[in-house]
Structure formats: C-alpha cells, structure tokens
Ligand binder design. Structure first.
Ligand code: FAQ
Length: 322
C-alpha cells in the first residue's frame, strides 16, 4: 500500500470514528469499515425479512375476521408490514446489496428472521395479542433504532414506529373488547397471552452474555441498548397494561423490585429460542415454504415491472402513417 493510500484510509477511518463519536449519521456515500457495512446488512435484512414473514401469522385470519371493522383494521395492519419490509429492503440496498439476492438468502435459509413468527396463531385473540405484545416488543426495540448511526435505517424506523404504535393500540383495543365480553372470550384472551408471553420476551435476542454482536453494534451506534435492557423495558411496560386488561402474565416470578425500580421476572427458555432460530420451531417450514411460493408466483409481476421500466427509459417514438 502506498503512503498516500495509507494516509487516505487513516483519514477516512478517523472521519468515521468522529462521526460516530459526535452522534452524527453515517450516510451511504460515506466511507465505512467492512464490518460496519456487514453488520448493517445482516441486521436490516433480518429485520426486513421479519416484517414480510410477519404478515403470515395474522394474514391467515383475514378471511375469518369476526366483523367488517376488524377485517379493515387487520388488512391495514398486514399491508403496513409489507410497507415496512419494502422500506427496510430499500435501506439495505443503499449498502450495495440487492433485494432479490436478500430474498433468495431468506428462502435458502442463509439469512434469519425473527423467531416470533414461527409460532402458530390458533384463535382470533392471537391477532390482539400479537398487536399488544409482539408489536409492543417491536416498538421497545425499534424506537431506539430511530437514533441508529446509519441514516437510511434510522429514517426508515421513524415511520415504521408510528405505524407499529397504531398496531399495538389496535391489539390492546381488541383484547380489551374481548375482556369485557363473555367468560369464553376472556378465557380465549388468557390462553393466547399464556402462549405469546415468553416468545415475545425472546424477540429481544439471547441474554447479553450470550449475544456475540451486541458490544460491537453498540460501539458503532447501530444498536443503542443491549438485549437485556430492552427486555426489561418491555416487561416494565407490559405488567401495568396486563393489570388494566385483567389478564395474568404466565410468570410466577414476576414481582416489583423496589430496590432496582424494575420488575423481576423469570428466565425465558433459551434452548427453545436456539431451536426456533435453528429452524426447528412449530412453523419455520410452513413460513419459508409460503414465502417461497409467493416469490415464485410473483415472478411475472417482477418481469412485467422490469419490462415497463425498460420501456419508460427508452420510449419508442412511433411515426404517424398518413
Ligand atoms: N429471532 O448477537 P445477537 C416485528 C440471532 S419486526 C431470530 O444478540 P443482534 C414487526 C441474531 O440475528 C421483528 N434470530 O444479535 C412485526 C444473531 O444471529 P447472526 C424483528 C435472532 O443482531 C410485528 C444471533 O441470534 N425486529 O416484530 C433473534 O445484535 C407484528 C445472536 O444474537 C428486528 O429485526 C430472534 N429473536 O441482536 C411484524 C429489529 N435474536 O445474524 C409483523 C432489529 C437474536 O449473528 C407483526 N434487530 N437472533 O447469525 C435487532 O434489534 C437485533 O438484530 C436483535 C438481535 C435484537 C433482534
């Protein structure tokens, strides 16, 4: 390496570190270390895949929503998740990767998506519980990402979080309606909360001492808080909401700790999280198969869009014949 290129590299590295140190944003054309770029592609792609696969568990209930109002709300929510996926793939593309390639990596199981979407939705109460707990957890995780150091990711998160907030409220409202209904409806809500509580806690990832990426991601300002910090924030937020709803969270160790100023809670089953991440959850095969089918079915749409774009770029001027 020549002296000049070595000096240029040092200057770029210093500029990157200063930008991160001053809490400013790295933008697509800025120099960035390879590891920073790789980490962002990994996280943003997984996040995008989660939004797209996340349409499936609730989407299966669209045809059997209990009223037109519930159906309209659910259609809007599922469409929002598609939009989130698209913003996130676009953010990933600013790092030099290609959406088609990322989708193929998801289908080939070379890239991950959130563990939470590998659990089945067994009743309409699950639509409410996913809104309340899963979107609630997503908000806890994603609001700090609005301050992520990579500009396109942070900006995408602002709109995503606004929409997630509507998702969380519609879920809570659905559960509240059921809780003021019949004994059978209340039992449906409790049964649903019992199934989704622990998987929701696992969405935040492994505990900090088993999280290989957290320290570096936090030093780079990609992540702002550790997995355990965000999990605690979610528990503290959810317990009073569960009281308002009148449901019991399925954890006998949940108790307010005056000294810490937080709720104590039990240990999630980390083996279960590892199994689900490895692809051995209840619905992994079904989710990936359905995504693969949708990708194959959409081939003609992509071909038509590409042909149209090509035509627009090189319009053929037809001569008038007399
Ligand atoms: N599931 O070292 P860490 C939503 C992997 S969107 C699967 O702690 P990191 C909206 C991790 O990738 C939900 N894999 O990793 C919605 C890593 O593997 P790798 C998605 C997981 O990245 C609602 C390894 O384990 N949200 O819900 C999980 O620092 C309703 C070691 O872990 C995001 O993606 C998991 N739960 O922290 C849609 C938010 N946890 O790549 C529809 C952005 C960990 O080294 C309906 N992402 N892994 O092979 C993040 O904040 C982070 O990536 C974490 C993981 C916190 C998920």
């Amino acid at each position: 390496m020549t002296v000049q290129t070595e000096q240029t590299k040092q200057t770029e590295q210093q500029h990157f570190e200063r930008t991160i140190g001053h809490e400013q944003r790295i933008e697509p054309r800025d120099w960035m270390p390879d590891g920073y770029r790789r980490t962002l592609v990994r996280q943003i792609a997984q996040h995008a895949h989660s939004e797209i696969i996340g349409m499936q568990p609730e989407g299966t209930w669209l045809a059997s929503a209990p009223s037109l109002r519930r159906k309209a709300i659910l259609v809007a929510k599922v469409q929002d998740e598609a939009g989130h996926g698209i913003y996130l793939y676009s953010a990933a593309e600013t790092l030099g990767v290609d959406r088609q390639d990322l989708t193929e990596q998801l289908i080939d199981r070379r890239q991950k998506y959130s563990s939470i979407f590998n659990y089945p939705t067994l009743s309409y109460a699950d639509v409410g519980t996913i809104g309340w707990l899963v979107d609630g957890a997503a908000i806890c995780n994603q609001v700090p990402l609005c301050r992520s150091s990579y500009g396109p990711y942070a900006r995408a998160m602002i709109r995503v979080c606004k929409e997630e907030s509507f998702h969380q409220r519609q879920g809570f409202e659905l559960l509240m309606t059921m809780m003021t209904g019949t004994d059978e409806q209340r039992a449906m809500v409790q049964e649903s909360v019992d199934r989704w509580w622990w998987p929701s806690l696992m969405m935040f990832g492994p505990p900090d001492d088993a999280s290989p990426n957290s320290a570096q991601s936090m030093a780079w300002g990609i992540k702002r808080h550790s997995n355990d910090e965000l999990r605690q924030r979610f528990v503290d937020m959810s317990v009073p909401q569960a009281e308002v709803l009148g449901v019991t969270l399925p954890d006998p160790e949940l108790a307010w700790n005056e000294e810490r100023g937080h709720y104590d809670f039990g240990e999630p089953d980390w083996d279960e999280l590892s199994r689900v991440i490895r692809g051995e959850g209840a619905c992994n095969d079904e989710r990936v198969a359905r995504r693969t089918q949708a990708h194959e079915d959409g081939e003609w749409v992509r071909a038509a869009a590409a042909a149209y774009a090509q035509k627009q770029a090189h319009p053929v001027v037809e001569e008038r014949t007399a």
